[in-house]
Each structure stands twice: as structure tokens, then as C-alpha cells.
Design a binder for this molecule. Structure first.
Ligand code: JHZ
Ligand code: ZN
Length: 415
């Protein structure tokens, strides 16, 4: 029998055991483990959530690994409800299309393809596309969107099977999924099998530099096994004969990084200066110094006191407060800060899969966004703070009618 959870006591990249635990968020249910009403009185499974810094290579990672089957087989997160996400996908597809002039013979494979959103843009350029994702429910949606999908977790074995069945890929993309994968060595071994000689491997993930400098502690959860900066990532990439040929910071998800990789001797243009620049910036901001992580943990405990203080003072004034965006990160924040349905009456969210359910741990009900204007609470705490601009713009009427937004991160702000 496969265990639900295992300890990770060495570094996923360099295998060192010198791991420094700097943040302990306690034990909580998986962040997308939304519950039906009839499940509310059953005991939820909880898993430790703590974060370590590798003193040898600088990778930040969780102290344990929850079985991916439990988290991803039936998945409720979809990127396509946020305009900003779709714009980012369209930008990525266009950038690659321009770079290597994709045509109807090109094959683009997306690892962690979710509902097929990113691949629909590549399809728009006439390319052949294939998604790979373990979520059975979302693969069906992707197929309806015209994106053929292999329902699988990615690793060496999957890569070999797919290369045999479909041929080698000219482009492999992996957005917001590499941090979910335990065995990064298998990822690169898989890519070696699946990518054509001059092919591009493009990945995008939340950037540790943003996480640290903007107090984004709530993006630390069971799904995200690793928190990458460029220095350890570069070592990993190079150990498999690849090179980072393009790097760009993106605003998406509060600060991400988009990286383009190719084999060392592959044809194509290279811009490596930006990688060196970013690594020096990481060093300058203390990303490779233990003390920075202690300071980060201290800032998070201050934030906890600050936000709870604010919500309690509003409640004393009999204000009605709700949450906005039942994001996975919101479930981390509410669980760690101890914010339950007594403080937040409910959370509104645009994802149909989450509506009608209850948040894991705190059991706050999730309703459609339309409820906000019907009810007109005094405050909405934006738990999906990475989409604050889009949400505030969308909910202009709420503000006009006197509603206020609270943005908790990077620091508490009332709009
Ligand atoms: P959002 C996800 O984290 C999951 P989450 C994943 N593990 C990952 O790696 C990261 O992203 C990067 C809602 N919403 O995207 C939709 C509205 O209601 O921040 C979502 O439920 N109205 C793959 O779950 C939530 O907010 C809106 O107008 O923390 C946002 O979740 C908008 C824009 C969003 O991801
Ligand atoms: Zn390491």
C-alpha cells in the first residue's frame, strides 16, 4: 500500500541532509481538499506543513511529501477563470511561436495541462498539442476544449511511453507544476527522452525571491514541494546537459519566473546575462543566508497578530466580513491564522467546482461571486491577493456601494 505521506529528510536537488527548518505552519488538511456538507462531521486527514532551507545548494522545500494521488486525481483548481492567467498563457504561447516559428508539424506537450487552457493558444497557431495531467475530471474538460490529454503523472516512464506513441516534442511546457513534483531528476530524465534535439523546455513557477520579499507564506502548502530560486535550479538544469537560454520575471501569482531551456549545444538564441544578474540579486537579498529565513518567519508571525487584530476589532464594531477567492493559499492563511466562519461568514469564488463546498480545515462555505452584491457585507478579505487588481476592478459596484476590501499580503491594506 502506498503511504499517504513521507518525510523528506534530504534535499531534492543536491541530496544534502543539512536542512534548516525555518517555518512551521502546523498540521492542516490538503489545501484543495474542499468538503461536501455531508463530509463536515467526519475527521479530516491533516498533514504537517513545514519548510526547510538547504544549507548546501539553497533550495527551499517542504519537510514532507503528501502522496500526489491524494491531491491531484480529482482537482478543483483551474486557471481559466482568471483573465490575468489566460493573458499570461497567451503571451507565453505567442513568445514561443515567434521564437521558433511553430507550424502544423510541430508538437507541443504541456505537463500539468489542467483543463487545456495553455495548449488552446498553441492550437490557435496550428500546432499539434498534447496535455499530460493526472486529474481525471479536468482531462475530460480539456478533451472538450479540443486538447487530447494523457491522464498521467509525469516522470521517465510516462515520457518514454508518450515519445513512442506521439514522437518527440518541439516544445515542452510546464507552468505551475514543477513545484508539485517530488522527483525532479525524473522530470529531466523524462524531458531528455521526450524533447527533440533543438527543442525548448519552458517552465514557469512562483519565484522564491518574491515569496520571501513579499511575505507570501500562504503559497507554502502541501502541493508545493519546492520553492525555487535560480541558483539551485541552474545547477540542476546543467547537471542534465541543459542550459537556461532565457529568463524573465513575471507578475503572475504574485511574482513568478519564466525560464526557457535547451540542450547545451542546441541551435537557437541565448540570453544568459539575465540569469547571472538574477542570481546576484538573490545573493544580495539574502536568499542564501539562514538569517533571512528567520526574519521571514518573524514577519509572518507579526502578520498573524496584525490581521487577527484587525478582524477582531471589526467584529467588535459588528461589521460583516466575507472572504474573496477560495484559493488554496486562502485555506493556508485561514488555517494557520485561525480564521473560521465566526470571522468570515463565507467566501465567494468564481470556480464552479468549489461553489457549494466548504473549505478544508475551517469549513467556511463557498458561494458564487454574485452573492457579494446581494449581501453587501462591510468588508471582503481578498484571499486570492494575487488577483487583487482584477477582483477590485470586477467589483467596482461593491466599492461604490460602500464595500471595502482588505488585502492581507504583502502587508495589510484596506481599499
Ligand atoms: P489562485 C494555485 O494556487 C494552485 P491557488 C496551484 N497549486 C499553483 O501552483 C498555484 O496556483 C500557482 C478565484 N477567483 O489562482 C479563483 C475569483 O473568485 O490564486 C480561484 O479559486 N474571482 C496549481 O489556489 C482563486 O480565486 C476572480 O476574479 O492559491 C484564485 O486561486 C479571480 C481572478 C479569481 O490559486
Ligand atoms: Zn540542496
Amino acid at each position: 500500500m502506498i503511504k499517504d505521506c513521507k518525510l523528506q529528510n534530504n534535499c531534492r536537488i543536491c541530496h544534502s541532509k543539512r536542512l534548516y527548518k525555518f517555518l512551521d505552519l502546523g498540521s492542516m488538511p490538503i489545501p484543495n481538499g474542499f468538503l461536501k456538507k455531508e463530509q463536515l462531521n467526519k475527521r479530516e486527514k491533516k498533514y504537517d506543513l513545514a519548510c526547510c532551507f538547504c544549507e548546501k545548494c539553497g533550495l527551499v522545500q517542504l519537510s514532507n511529501v503528501v502522496n500526489p494521488e491524494l491531491m491531484f486525481k480529482n482537482y478543483v483548481y483551474i486557471p481559466s477563470t482568471a483573465k490575468v492567467m489566460m493573458n499570461n498563457f497567451s503571451n507565453l504561447a505567442y513568445q514561443i511561436y515567434q521564437r521558433i516559428r511553430l507550424n502544423d508539424k510541430s508538437l507541443v506537450i504541456d505537463i500539468g495541462s489542467n483543463d487545456g487552457s495553455l495548449l488552446t493558444f498553441f492550437k490557435g497557431f496550428g500546432c499539434r498539442v498534447l496535455g499530460i495531467d493526472p486529474a481525471e475530471n479536468l482531462a475530460k474538460v480539456a478533451e472538450l476544449n479540443g486538447v487530447p490529454t494523457e491522464i498521467k503523472l509525469f516522470g521517465t516512464r510516462t515520457a518514454k511511453t508518450i515519445a513512442r506513441k506521439y514522437g518527440k516534442a518541439d516544445v515542452i511546457t510546464a507552468t505551475n507544476v514543477i513545484a508539485h513534483i517530488d522527483n525532479l531528476h525524473q522530470v529531466f530524465q523524462g524531458i531528455i527522452h521526450l524533447l527533440s534535439k533543438d527543442g525548448l523546455f519552458i517552465t514557469e513557477f512562483p519565484y522564491l525571491l518574491d515569496l520571501m520579499t513579499k511575505n507570501q507564506f500562504d503559497t507554502i502548502y502541501h502541493e508545493h514541494l519546492s520553492y525555487f530560486s535560480l541558483k539551485p535550479w541552474k545547477t540542476l538544469v546543467e547537471s542534465y546537459g541543459f542550459e537556461i537560454v532565457g529568463a524573465e520575471r513575471r507578475q503572475i501569482h504574485g511574482g513568478s519566473i519564466r525560464l526557457i531551456h535547451q540542450r547545451k549545444r542546441a541551435k537557437g538564441k541565448r540570453s544568459t546575462k539575465v540569469v547571472d544578474y538574477l542570481i546576484s540579486l538573490e545573493e544580495e537579498r539574502g536568499l542564501y543566508n539562514k538569517k533571512s529565513y528567520d526574519k521571514f518567519a518573524k514577519r509572518i508571525s507579526n502578520l498573524k497578530v496584525g490581521l487577527n487584530g484587525l478582524l477582531a476589532s471589526l467584529k467588535i464594531k459588528r461589521k460583516k466580513i466575507v472572504g474573496y477567492g477560495a484559493a488554496a493559499k486562502g485555506n493556508v492563511l485561514t488555517n494557520f491564522f485561525g480564521i473560521g466562519p465566526k470571522l468570515l461568514d463565507y467566501i465567494v469564488d468564481s470556480t464552479s467546482y468549489k461553489q457549494g463546498l466548504y473549505t478544508p480545515g475551517k469549513h467556511i462555505p463557498v458561494y458564487p461571486e454574485s452573492r457579494l452584491l446581494i449581501d453587501m457585507p462591510d468588508y471582503a478579505l481578498i484571499l486570492a491577493w494575487n488577483f487583487s487588481d482584477e477582483i477590485i476592478e470586477k467589483q467596482k459596484t461593491f466599492r461604490k456601494k460602500g464595500g471595502k476590501f482588505i488585502i492581507p499580503i504583502p502587508k495589510i491594506k484596506i481599499v
